[in-house]
Design a protein around this ligand. Sequence first.
Ligand SMILES: [Zn+2]
Length: 181
Amino acid sequence: MTRHAPLIAELVNLATARWRGGASVHPLAGEELAATFAAQLGDRTGAALRAVPDAGRRLAELASELRQALLAEHAADQAVRINALIRRYGAQPYLVEDVGQPFHLHFHGSGGTQVEALGGEFATALALIVDGYGPDRFGQCAAQQCEAVFIDVTRNASRRYCSAPCTARAKTAAYRSRHRT
Ligand SMILES: [Zn+2]
């Protein structure tokens, strides 16, 4: 389930962040959001997503709910939000065999479109990360001028930045401020 972590963060960041990596960005919506996110998925899933009527609006809604769950201040509030997402998207576990791969577990939502399928999958992934790693594995990038979220599945839970460039920017900023004073 941790394999979904970068995708979940990317959906949230595409649709909600106004600053990323030190630059002002405009949150994507509508067709632009659907096409950009679909390009990050496998061919089949991406095509199914693009075929959903109103995919952009539904994805934006999912992204905003995921962001609230990721950045919930208390573990109890976070659990309530994740549980609500699992119910809303009707996540159901079932075993899938893709060509050339062993059977593996999916948690597609049961709402009918690819957005609901992804919603169920992502909500369950967050629940499994909380279950396996604890409630403190989600955060917003600590670098300046960045609102990107991240999901930390490192062994020592040390992550504070969304990306390698933000880690480098924060180090440079800390170095400069040390040498100014
Ligand atoms: Zn960042």
